[in-house]
Write a protein that binds this ligand. Structure first.
Ligand SMILES: Nc1nc2c(c(=O)[nH]1)N[C@H]1C(S)=C(S)[C@@H](COP(=O)(O)OP(=O)(O)OC[C@H]3O[C@@H](n4cnc5c(=O)[nH]c(N)nc54)[C@H](O)[C@@H]3O)O[C@H]1N2
Ligand SMILES: Nc1nc2c(c(=O)[nH]1)N[C@H]1C(S)=C(S)[C@@H](COP(=O)(O)OP(=O)(O)OC[C@H]3O[C@@H](n4cnc5c(=O)[nH]c(N)nc54)[C@H](O)[C@@H]3O)O[C@H]1N2
Ligand code: SF4
Ligand SMILES: [Mo]
Length: 686
């Protein structure tokens, strides 16, 4: 068919849970998106999209897109069947169930539940919060990803931000500690390569030989969950070998004396044993960290998804204050949340002022526990999942049991019939980011975009904001804060850091002004003392350790017991969490990505060979997977990639059958990387 209009290029922000927030140029012909490319002028991402988003159109136009609302017919759970219904029915039934729950137990018996389907502020982290807050539903504490980090930020707000990634070009030492940016946020690598050209050394600390570790000069294969012990060991060496920047410590920190006392009482050999590393590795790392300047540190999310996660973040974050690394351009840590914090007023976006006083907060990680607890009052009677797939939760056997509760009404809003949909009464079709407007901010750099709908919604799909507005109308809610258009909302929440005109007229805007490459060279920390607090007395009354220290993880330090392997279910470069595993891009590589990597020595001990099908199990559950011999893991650790759906697993099960529902030491976060299993040959069917 001949084209009726000239192709148009629309600028769309990548919505995924990734710090890079790339800008896509979407070419639209006759109302159909035909090509996606990175926007060349974007200062941070410079025209390169990652492998998965290069194939974003496979996702948008997938045959599996849900294009109209459905209701479940027949039983809940695997194999659930659905029947098409109208939007009127979907909204009337869902709002009706909400109304009934409100009448019976009050609005807290409704739990809107979401995480990171989109990072767009309007569709994903704004209008939905307003809906919940106006109605007075239970408030969801979103802790699945970075609860321990959030716990640390609560007490040490300077953990947001640090120096901007551009500073890395000046670094002479770059440490990726529990971070794998070549998979999880690749654009920082341009700065790393520039630093390397200028002589920088790169070290990666990770139990697994990740892509980042392979591209580093040195890999330190630490035992999972023991990072705080390594950081304490480094601080001990730095203190005892006279490598402390005493001038920085005197001027800009408090509590060094107390810290020193603690460090002196520690044994380096014991710390090294905890980490499964030679003491000499800790000594060399500490000396190098203090000597090679500027020294940059990435506190990755990998260190904090364990029962010792807060302890790790707290201990690691003390390192730059001890050596005065903050004095140098390219020294200190660079971390998450940069553009997010500057560009918007998050309280305004959520309209937290509308929350009825005393409203209950529910930690998302305790969903199954609360659903199964007969004394949880008021009970959760309506669950509304959006931007969330339940397969991402740990301990799936308990999650599935909880979602089966007969008196629980579940609505899901998603682009696909995910595992969550199998437990839903009603599923509503969501737009992709190509089909709606949004404000896209970055968690990793200082640029924001107003992302425009490039194509019309596919089928009958509706945006999150439309559904919340439809539900609010059906419930008779009149609060005007709920009925804003995208631009009215964005105008309402932007801070002065962003020019509205520029945001709407240009593909991207800077949200931070001049780069602040030396944020803490002269202290200025956001603590009560204004200094870096090695010792924070205020933590004592909260029941916390005032000093950094090592806390044992829940499982990964056990050296004896029924489940001898530490288990890592890691993030693949070609998925974002559970978002691509059902699409061609990941199906093509399932044979390699969906294998269990085990060290050859362990396999020999177990009498297992590469290609064997094995059962991976513990007292929470099991899954079946082919074995691959690999020296990327150390003896005692096994690893695979996660994100596959249960309903696409032919009964083999998935990794979250074995992961732990226990919470982080502080912050109530997910502890996915703190898990022990056993492995045996599987000869059964499936
Ligand atoms: N074993 C293991 N489990 C893990 C992790 C791990 O490393 N290992 N990682 C954890 C971490 S860090 C995270 S952040 C969580 C992620 O957990 P989730 O945020 O649940 O992850 P996603 O797979 O991104 O699921 C989001 C869903 O939102 C949908 N969606 C996308 N865009 C939209 C939209 O505009 N509107 C609506 N309504 N829906 C949309 C997608 O189709 C998708 O089904 O998983 C956690 N689970
Ligand atoms: N391609 C892709 N990109 C993504 C995602 C994705 O699924 N795919 N997910 C997004 C999300 S939700 C997040 S939260 C970010 C996370 O991005 P990152 O901060 O890079 O964190 P992770 O990938 O969770 O973990 C990084 C590394 O930590 C290691 N690790 C696990 N346990 C430990 C430990 O106890 N100590 C140490 N030192 N290392 C450990 C893992 O082996 C892994 O290689 O990535 C985002 N970007
Ligand atoms: S997932 Fe990350 S790297 Fe890939 S296009 Fe989106 S923002 Fe860029
Ligand atoms: Mo995450």
């Amino acid at each position: 068919m001949a084209s009726t209009a000239a192709p148009q290029v629309v600028h769309v922000g990548c919505p995924h849970n990734c710090p890079d927030a790339c800008l896509m140029d979407v070419t639209v012909e006759d109302g159909r998106a035909v090509q996606i490319a990175g926007h060349r002028d974007h200062p941070y991402t410079r025209g390169a999209l990652c492998g998965k988003v290069n194939r974003f159109l496979e996702r948008v136009y997938s045959d599996e897109r849900l294009l109209h609302p459905v209701k479940r017919v027949g039983p809940k759970g695997p194999g659930a069947r659905f029947e098409r219904i109208s939007w009127e029915e979907a909204i009337a039934v869902t709002a009706g169930k909400m109304r009934e729950a409100i009448d019976r137990h009050g609005p807290e018996s409704i739990l809107p539940y979401s995480y990171s389907g989109t990072l767009g502020i309007y569709q994903g982290w704004g209008m939905d919060r307003r809906f919940a807050n106006v109605l007075g539903t239970s408030i969801l504490y979103r802790s699945i990803c970075d609860g321990a980090y959030l716990g640390a930020i609560d007490h040490f707000p300077d953990l947001i931000g640090g120096f901007p990634p551009e500073g890395l070009e000046h670094s002479k030492l770059i440490i990726f500690w529990g971070a794998n940016p070549l998979n999880t946020g690749m654009h920082v690598w341009r700065h790393v390569l520039e630093a390397k050209k200028r002589g920088a050394k790169v070290i990666t600390i990770d139990p697994y030989l990740s892509r980042t570790a392979r591209s580093s000069d040195e890999h330190i294969p630490i035992r999972p969950g023991t990072d705080a012990a390594l950081a304490m060991g480094m601080m001990k060496v730095i203190a005892e070998e006279g490598l402390v920047d005493h001038d920085y410590v005197r001027r800009y920190t408090v509590g060094y004396e107390q810290l020193l006392e603690r460090l002196c009482a520690l044994s380096l050999d014991e710390l090294a044993h905890t980490c499964d590393l030679p003491a000499s590795t800790i000594q060399c790392l500490a000396r190098e960290y203090a000597a090679r300047r500027p020294a940059a540190l990435r506190i990755g999310f990998g260190v904090q998804r364990t029962g010792a996660g807060y302890a790790a973040v707290r201990a690691l974050s003390c390192l730059p204050a001890l050596t005065g690394a903050w004095r140098d351009v390219g020294g200190g840590y660079w971390s998450w949340g940069r553009g997010m914090a500057d560009a918007q007023d998050a309280d305004r976006a959520a309209r937290t002022d509308l929350i009825p006083p005393g409203t209950r907060v529910v930690n998302m990680m305790r969903l199954a526990e609360h659903l199964l607890d007969p004394d949880f009052a008021p009970p959760i009677e309506v669950l509304y999942f959006y931007n969330f797939n339940t397969i991402t939760l740990p301990d799936q056997n308990t999650v599935r049991r909880a979602l089966q509760r007969d008196d629980l009404f579940i609505a899901v809003h998603d682009l696909f019939l995910t595992d969550a949909a199998d437990y839903a009464d009603i599923v509503m079709p969501a737009t992709s980011t190509l089909e709606h407007d949004d404000l896209v901010l970055s968690a990793g750099h200082d640029h924001a975009s107003y992302s425009r709908a490039a194509i019309a919604p596919l089928g009958e799909s509706r945006t999150s904001q439309e559904v919340f507005q439809d539900l609010a109308r059906a419930l008779g809610v009149q609060e005007p804060a709920l009925y804003l258009s995208p631009t009215e909302f964005v105008d309402d929440v932007l801070t002065d850091a962003v020019s509205k005109d520029e945001l709407y007229q240009q593909p991207f805007v800077n949200t931070a002004g001049e780069l602040d490459l030396l944020p803490f060279a002269e202290g200025g920390f956001e603590t009560p003392s204004g200094k870096w607090e090695f010792y924070a007395e205020r933590l004592i009354e909260l029941g916390l350790d005032p000093l950094p220290g090592f806390t044992p993880p829940h499982e990964t330090l056990r050296r004896e017991g029924p489940f001898p392997f530490n288990f890592l279910s890691r993030k693949h470069k070609d998925t974002v969490n559970a978002n691509y595993t059902h699409l061609p891009v990941m199906q093509r590589q399932e044979a390699t990505a969906r294998t269990l990597e085990m060290h050859p020595d362990d396999a020999a001990r177990k009498g297992l060979a590469g290609g064997d099908r094995v059962r991976v199990f513990n007292d929470r559950g099991e899954f079946v997977i082919p074995l691959r011999l690999s020296t990327r893991v150390q003896p005692g650790t096994v690893a695979t990639y996660w994100g596959y759906w249960d309903k696409r697993s032919d009964g083999r099960g998935t990794v979250n059958n074995v992961t732990s529902p226990l919470l982080t030491d502080v912050g109530g976060g997910g502890t996915f990387y703190d898990c022990q299993v056993d492995v045996e040959r599987f000869d059964g069917p499936c």
